[in-house]
Design a protein around this ligand. Structure first.
Ligand code: GLC
Length: 562
């Protein structure tokens, strides 16, 4: 089968299934809920769905610890209902991609159970086991690495007198990708889903699957500061990905990788179009205000300059060589309107943020709830916070002397859980996520009576309807797919202006990130009065003032065609 690059015309919607929609009335999101909402998803104008893991999992990391790669978590449904979702999606012109999490499994995966049962098991070498050292008469780990989610990166197995590596939580042992049998298993898993008809994969922390040879001590590690630089980009990464690529090549599918700490320079060897390409695009973190989202990660205060610089760098450096994956929200970050926008100007800022990335070159992903401008919630105590990484961060802070109040203030800024509260469907009890008389698995944001899909449906000027317009516009205009990219006013702390251009037309995209009125002059050659206004988040679009300046209102955004 010929692989086409259909993903260049795609817009994806990401579903984190546990919090999307409860369809069977147990307070947990599931595939029956997805079935109910397929028409809604299609109504956004998106062309595909990315499912965060749906597989059986003990939920040490809510699905990113997989106990069986070829089945569906019974909380979410089974393979039968998954097939109904797949068919229903395809009937509506929506592609479906699955999360492929193969850096690690769950400790509950049968491979790991066998692996830890005996050194003689053929599965022992499926994971990364090492002899430890002894410090003051006590067994000590093989090297000084910390995990990203839970203490040291090694767990001791007394019966074997060996340690297993876990870059993430203790319940997420790393697979040994140097073992050909493990790679063959991954190929089998890929065939299983592709043969069923799925359209590709999002490959979780894919640059971590090959570790630096010899697993050396990390010389950057100093007590109290976390630095781990040796667990990714190992020497066999390209070889592994090429092997997986050969599977993909048998289907008309796509693969997007996820890689914390990656730069365009490091990504190009994987995504540059040509015979050596192994992935179609790569999710990076540079515009998200951090190079690592995990342990002790404190989101930096928003800087428009940093956001623009990162987006522009990827636009520029991939131009003509590779394709971008575009996103501003997913299940790993607090809500973007709270972080980069303004809760006071929630709707306007959610719209400006949408425009800031939806007209870039690449394939956009929209995360559940982003399309209605959902915002962060508030946690009063760590007991209300389910995520292993936030809980770990809290423990570290307390251990280093922070008061519970101070530690909670950090969690309220940083937690991934903000993105994981139930989608707010309506003003009904529990935001219409689950039945009124059932407790949802995770408390809904109390602001749901004001912020919800039903309300937005009834308002032509809502965030939801703005997303629909922006997505439709993006898909109508070839210049968004293929045109060149040029940024204006790079030094501005309040404006993000860029132009997309091809032989036929120019598109001018303008966003203000200020919470007050701001003035600017148009670059030479642009008179807004001569452009056709295609999209805006205010009802009118005043032209130049007598002094030649234009004034933008808080979080104003406009898209013009010339
Ligand atoms: C990826 C996922 C994140 C998960 C981690 C470990 O970064 O997006 O949610 O915790 O990998 O699998």
């Amino acid at each position: 089968m010929e692989r086409t690059r259909w993903y260049k015309d795609a817009v994806f919607y990401q579903i984190w299934p546990r919090s999307f929609k409860d369809g069977n009335g147990d307070g947990i999101g599931d595939l029956w809920g997805v079935l109910e909402k397929l028409d809604y998803i299609a109504s956004l104008g998106v062309t595909g769905i990315w499912f965060s893991p749906l597989y059986p999992s003990p939920n040490a990391d809510y699905g990113y610890d997989i106990a069986d790669y070829r089945s569906i978590n019974s909380e979410y449904g089974d393979l039968e209902v998954f097939k109904q979702v797949l068919d229903g999606a395809h009937e509506r012109g929506l592609k479906v991609i699955m999360d492929l999490v193969v850096n690690h499994t769950s400790v509950e995966h049968p491979w790991f159970k066998e692996s830890r049962a005996s050194k003689d098991s053929p599965y022992h070498d499926y994971y990364i086991w090492r002899k430890g050292t002894v410090k003051d008469g006590i067994p000590a780990p093989p090297n000084n690495w910390d995990s990203l989610f839970e203490g040291r990166a090694w767990e001791y197995e007394p019966a074997l007198d060996e340690w297993y590596l876990h870059i993430f939580a203790k319940g997420q042992p790393d697979l040994n990708m140097d073992n050909p049998a493990v790679r063959a298993e991954v190929e089998g898993i890929m065939h299983f889903w592709l043969d069923m008809g799925v359209d590709g994969f999002r490959e979780d922390v894919i640059t971590f699957i090959s570790k630096v040879e010899g697993l050396p001590n990390d010389y950057l590690m100093v007590p109290g500061a976390r630095g781990m630089r040796f667990y990714d980009n190992g020497p066999r990464l390209h070889e592994c990905l090429s092997q997986f690529r050969r599977v993909l090549d048998g289907y008309d599918c796509m693969a997007v990788g996820e890689a914390p700490m990656i730069t365009p320079h490091k990504a190009l060897p994987f995504i540059e179009e040509g015979p050596d390409q192994t992935l179609d695009m790569m999710f990076n973190f540079e515009h998200m205000g951090a190079d690592c989202l995990f342990t002790d990660f404190v989101p930096m205060p928003f800087s428009l300059r940093r956001y623009k610089d990162a987006l522009s760098r990827w636009q520029r450096e991939l131009d003509g060589r590779a394709w971008n994956a575009l996103y501003i929200e997913n299940h790993d970050h607090p809500r973007i309107a709270s972080r980069y926008g303004s809760e006071r100007y929630r709707e306007k800022s959610a719209m400006a943020l949408a425009v800031s990335y939806l007209f870039l070159k690449g394939t956009p992903f929209v995360y559940q709830g982003q399309e209605i401008g959902m915002v962060n919630t508030h946690f009063s105590s760590i007991d209300e916070v389910p995520d292993v990484s936030a809980r770990n961060q809290y423990r570290n802070r307390i251990a280093s002397g922070d008061s519970p109040e101070k530690a909670m203030a950090l969690i309220n800024r940083a937690a991934r859980d903000h993105a994981r509260t139930p989608v707010q469907w309506s003003a009904e009890p529990h935001a219409g996520f689950c039945p009124a008389d059932v407790d949802p698995w995770f408390a809904e944001n109390p602001n749901y009576p004001e912020i919800n899909v039903a309300r937005d449906e009834g308002d032509p000027d809502s965030v939801l309807n703005f997303y629909r317009k922006a997505i439709a516009l993006r898909r109508e205009l070839p210049v968004v797919r293929d045109g060149s990219y040029r940024e204006f006013k790079r030094a501005s702390d309040v404006h993000y202006f860029y132009v997309r251009e091809d032989e036929d037309e120019k598109l001018l995209v303008m966003c203000s990130f200020a919470d007050k009125q701001t003035l600017f002059r148009m670059p030479l050659g642009f008179e807004l009065e001569k452009g056709e206004l295609l999209l805006a988040n205010y009802a009118d679009a005043p032209g130049a003032r007598p002094d030649g300046f234009y004034a933008f209102r808080p979080y104003e955004c406009r898209v013009y065609r010339f």
